[in-house]
Design a protein around this ligand. Structure first.
Ligand code: ZN
Length: 159
């Protein structure tokens, strides 16, 4: 087998490196295969870039992760704050609202229903929690009403 010139600088050198370190790197010389070799100088040049890239990437990832955690904490705190604002409004944020209708909150329920409709939420689905059967009468229902802010409602194609 004859000498293979360096894939990057095309020179013949004495020390050659395989490209194992180049795989999955943004600095992989374009078109290089496992049969190609890279000379000492080019290898270290590219290797430096790879190390630099990895370092930057690590810091970037660290920063992103931190932001994500912060975001999650914030969201959880927000959700906790809004959850069960009242027995009627089970949940509310700028995108959706969940109303809870119980046996004894008919007036508050209607008021809440009216309010959030006015605020631009639309009823998407109703979940009958089921009725409680006491003897021969149905003692009211516990049901949930899911609303979405109108601008976040995805319209079906044929609507
Ligand atoms: Zn070279």
């Amino acid at each position: 087998m004859g000498k293979i010139p360096c894939y990057v600088c095309k020179k013949l050198g004495s020390h050659y490196y395989t490209i194992d370190d180049y795989w999955h790197s943004p600095h992989t010389p374009e078109g290089i295969t496992e049969y190609d070799r890279v000379c000492h100088e080019c290898y270290h040049e590219v290797k430096k870039e790879i190390l630099q890239y990895k370092k930057e990437h690590k810091e970037e990832n660290k920063r992103l992760k931190k932001e994500e955690e912060k975001d999650k904490e914030f969201q959880e705190a927000e959700v906790k704050g809004k959850w069960k604002k009242s027995a009627t409004i089970e949940y509310k944020d700028e995108y959706c609202t969940i109303l809870h209708r119980m046996i004894n909150n008919k007036v508050q329920f209607i008021k809440a229903f009216s309010d959030i409709t006015k605020q631009g939420y639309r009823l998407i689905v109703q979940d009958e929690g089921g009725s409680v059967n006491i003897g021969i009468i149905n003692a009211g229902m516990d049901s949930y009403y899911y609303f979405q802010k109108i601008e976040y409602i995805t319209l079906r194609d044929n609507d």
